[in-house]
Design a protein around this ligand. Structure first.
Ligand code: ADP
Length: 678
């Protein structure tokens, strides 16, 4: 069989961080590396780093990274003997593997038959039941009649979880809390599943209310050996997508680890598995575990396993693909310390995690400046400063992976590293990751898959700010303003910047989320300066507190802010009206405006809703003219294979829609005219 052929050239049929990561190991093993790219990625990092790169086609994944013939042809042209698929794209596509088999190219992954056995969630469940792997109670039959599905759901008992049989990545999946919501959820899931997978079949499972997601890394070679490389806890998820992962799973016992590990290897052997695979389980509070699915590829979160085992899983994959035996036996594998991974996405947590695009004006991490040990921190990224983040692909920019001697130490390192990440130009979820990673319940490893939902109130709570944060933000804003005005001190200005009251500036600060609200959630900082530049001290008054303050710029965006003799090193900048300050305890964003000058800060209530990004209109949910309350859903858009609901900005009615279901809209297009109540 072709999989035992040695090869000296590896084509990586992927992009972004995983393409870069795979090529790193391939190079270290002495292999020549070939990248493939779409027009949107002609100058992407994975292309720059490869020995050779071959164009696949236009930006749309369907016409490039997902195009089997184009990838096979690229391997032929470059003389690649093997293809690593990464994750996503063609990694779990049996037809692709068959095409490679026919072309005599090694697929770095399992045989097509194993992918087929696990590719469909319903079929996989049937197979696992035969192999004696425990399953969540549910329905995974072929009959997809609405009434029958409903009857099955009723029988299982609510809440149930609807899942696309062909699904993955959390798409086409919905919790149904009660019988009354079943039909609507079924339709939504089918729509999403059709769009993402071209398939509408659903399965139903009992929805466990407090399970943890614990998955086992398995590895099999083509000689019949199989091992498990322990588990990862991926319970912290948003919309069923992993956000933070760790290994080992907190409070795992040796006995349970062995039991789950052996069940996972049994599952892999049942389907004749070869290569790296992950068997995902739900672990219930009582310690019982249930098979969810097997991912027949390298997972996004594989680095946490690498960190605790000291193994390079891509090297293992390549060796197995060359026909070698597994590098280690089960009893040679051990766990050292603890590891976390945080996924950095280009998305805006303040806008319901809408994917963000733009150009990364800065993407860097100063390990030394932050006092981090390079052995303990790994940033797997597919981007660099200057790179564009487009709307065509998954919005994950990078993964931050850390290691510590124990969980507490690894967590402290994670928080420090998150603060050291300097990303500008594109909105990311970094602050959200910091809020998760500094959360008390996360520190206490009080985990289950509803962690984010459960702690929504604290994770998304309107922030309370300390005097220090207000003081720091007011100085950072002023400092930037002064820099923009090309003067060291705003008090030196002689134009309109100068104040009516010469030595006093008043700054109002509030949570950016409430910048347009008409309430008095603002803090006012009165800043008094001195003209003498040698004495850069300012006097700040906030409420009835007065502080002496100074700001010293350090390298890059780092500054030192000293308040009453207490000096702190932070990263700080001003993006338009928002001041951003980052330190290991989290990110502070404050809407900043001067209230001694003309007030440009506030805007009228919006009378139009614009498309937050390029996408398709899925459904209009109200009739024009019908009265709606603030927050009610008005229309559904789909972008990046996820649905986004546009809601009413105020009480009022929709005057008109500018698009119909099925229409394509561009970012910034006016979707509808909204008439707020007087
Ligand atoms: P996908 O392939 O789309 O990632 P999975 O079947 O792996 O979907 O499920 C993803 C996540 O959804 C799990 O990690 C878990 O958090 C949650 N989940 C799945 N099945 C259940 C269930 N029966 N009960 C509760 N949560 C579930």
């Amino acid at each position: 069989m072709s999989r035992s052929t040695p090869f000296d050239t590896l084509l990586v049929a992927n992009r972004g961080e995983i393409a870069c990561r795979v090529m790193r190991t391939a190079r270290a093993m002495g292999l020549r590396t070939v990248a493939v790219y779409s027009d949107a990625d002609a100058n992407a990092r994975h292309v720059r780093e490869a020995d050779e790169a071959i164009r696949l086609g236009p930006a749309a994944a369907r016409e490039s990274y997902l195009k089997v013939e184009a990838v096979v042809e690229a391997a032929r042209r470059s003389g690649a003997g093997a293809i690593h698929p990464g994750y996503g794209f063609l990694s779990e596509n049996g037809a692709f593997v068959e095409a490679l088999d026919r072309a005599g190219i090694v697929f770095v992954g399992p045989p097509a038959s194993a992918i087929a056995a696990m590719g469909d969630k319903s079929a996989a469940k049937a197979r696992m039941a035969n192999a004696g792997v425990p399953l969540v109670p549910g329905y995974h039959g072929d009959d997809q009649d609405d009434a029958l599905l409903k009857a099955e759901a009723d029988k299982i008992g609510y809440p149930v979880l609807l899942k696309a049989s062909a699904g993955g990545g959390g798409k086409g999946m919905r919790v149904v809390e009660s019988a009354a919501n079943f039909q609507a959820a079924l339709e939504g899931c089918r729509r999403e599943s059709q769009a993402a997978f071209g398939d509408q079949r659903m399965l139903i499972e009992k929805y466990l209310t407090q399970p943890r997601h614990v998955e086992v890394q398995v590895f099999c070679d083509s000689l019949g050996n199989g091992v498990y490389l322990f588990e990862r806890d991926c319970s912290v998820q948003r919309r069923h997508q992993k956000v933070l992962e760790e290994a080992p799973a907190p409070s795992m016992t040796a006995a349970l680890r062995r039991e789950m590990g052996e069940a996972a290897v049994r599952a892999a052997k049942e389907i004749g598995y070869v290569g790296a695979g992950t068997v995902e389980f739900l672990l219930d509070i009582d310690g019982s575990f249930f098979f969810m699915e097997m991912n027949t590829r390298l997972q996004v979160e594989h680095p946490v396993t690498e960190m605790i085992t000291g193994q390079d899983l891509v090297e293992w994959q390549l060796r197995v693909a060359m026909g070698e035996a597994l590098p280690l036996d089960q009893d040679e594998l051990t766990i050292t310390g603890h590891s976390f991974e945080a996924r950095l996405y280009a998305e805006d947590p303040e806008q319901d995690f809408l994917p963000a695009t733009g150009t990364l004006t800065r993407f860097a991490m100063d390990l030394e400046g932050a006092g981090l040990d390079p052995e303990r921190v790994r940033l797997d990224s597919g981007v660099e400063t200057g790179d564009a983040v487009s709307m065509h692909y998954d919005p994950m920019l990078a993964k931050l992976i850390v290691h510590g001697n124990d969980r507490a130490q690894a967590l402290a390192t994670l928080n420090r590293a998150l603060a050291a990440l300097d990303v500008q130009g594109v909105v990311t979820n970094r602050a959200f990751l910091q809020r998760l990673a500094t959360h008390d319940a996360f520190r206490d490893a009080d985990l289950d898959t509803r962690f984010i939902e459960k702690h929504e109130e604290t994770l998304f709570a309107p922030r309370r700010y300390s005097i220090e944060e207000y003081a720091g933000a007011s100085l950072v804003g002023l400092h930037q303003l002064a820099r923009e005005c090309e003067s060291d001190s705003p008090w030196d200005r002689h134009d309109g910047f100068r104040l009516n009251a010469p030595h006093t500036i008043r700054i109002a600060l509030c949570d950016p989320a409430h910048a347009q609200d008409d309430d008095d959630s603002e803090a006012v900082v009165v800043v008094e300066g001195t003209r003498e530049r040698e004495d850069a001290a300012w006097h700040l008054t906030i409420g009835d507190e007065t502080l002496t303050a100074r700001l010293d710029p350090l390298a890059g965006d780092a500054v030192a802010i000293t308040l009453d003799g207490h000096r702190r090193r932070l990263q700080a900048r001003r993006d338009g009206n928002i001041v951003v300050i980052v330190d290991p305890r989290g990110e502070t964003r404050l809407f900043w405006r001067r209230i001694d000058a003309i007030d440009h800060g506030r805007q009228e209530a919006e009378s139009t809703l614009t498309a937050p990004m390029h996408g398709t209109v899925v459904a209009l949910l109200v009739e024009p003219g019908a009265r709606v309350e603030k927050g009610m859903p008005l229309m559904v858009m789909e972008a990046m294979k996820m649905e986004h609901t546009m809601t009413a900005p105020a009480d009022g009615h929709v005057a008109s829609f500018h698009f119909q279901a099925g229409d394509t809209v561009g970012q910034g297009d006016v979707l509808l005219e909204f008439a707020p109540d007087e």
